[in-house]
Design a protein around this ligand. Sequence first.
Ligand SMILES: C[S@@+](CC[C@H](N)C(=O)[O-])C[C@H]1O[C@@H](n2cnc3c(N)ncnc32)[C@H](O)[C@@H]1O
Length: 222
Amino acid sequence: MKQALRPEEVKSIYNQTYRYYDMLHTLGTFRMDEKGRKYLIKKVVQPGDYILDAGGGTGLTALRAAKRLNKKGKIVILDFSEKMLEKAREKAHKLNLGQKVETKLGDLYKIPFADETFDSVLSTYSTCPLDQPIDAVKEMLRVMKNNGILGIAHSTDPKNKIAKWLSSKIERIIWKFPNVSFGCRNIELIEDIRKLNVEILEDKIIGFASFYFRIIILRKHK
Ligand SMILES: C[S@@+](CC[C@H](N)C(=O)[O-])C[C@H]1O[C@@H](n2cnc3c(N)ncnc32)[C@H](O)[C@@H]1O
């Protein structure tokens, strides 16, 4: 596993790449990222939910999720990159989703909301750049109500030996260009998640060529 970049570096990357993030992330992963987003939204989002999109960036997940919400439902995009959030607001406005989408500047390690605020939480690819991803997951659980559903998608090593070899070669090259890798690396969370007071509802890997994502859906217990 690659060593995570420092948070200041990660923030600076996103504040520089916000203009082309959507295009590069989507094309660079052969749209597998979109597949993960759609899957999680379908499984996690209920029409009247108050939802947190943790590390939501430009809103690729949140804006899609907002379309499933009714008048009562709302989604908050939390991120520490001002520029990514600016882009998310611009897109929400264009899509006429401003009423359903809010943005909040803040850190995933110290989410600026009280305990048990949200019905559900989404984290698509936001744990990959973190040095201690499980600490962010604990924060996501803290701000979610009991029995709430947390949906996570993160980059992972493929299981197949050839795909794993290819993936590590590509990761090594891309890692040299932080504004292309976005500081995202393959991580593993499931073993740490098993130690938490949660019920794992789904755990599966989706992928193509050298890009594999792990989808984890869990329910918070008291
Ligand atoms: C790979 S992007 C994912 C964005 C979005 N969730 C998506 O599906 O496209 C990672 C996001 O996490 C944010 N991020 C990384 N570390 C963070 C931290 N410590 N606190 C808040 N946001 C963070 C970045 O600014 C970036 O927007």
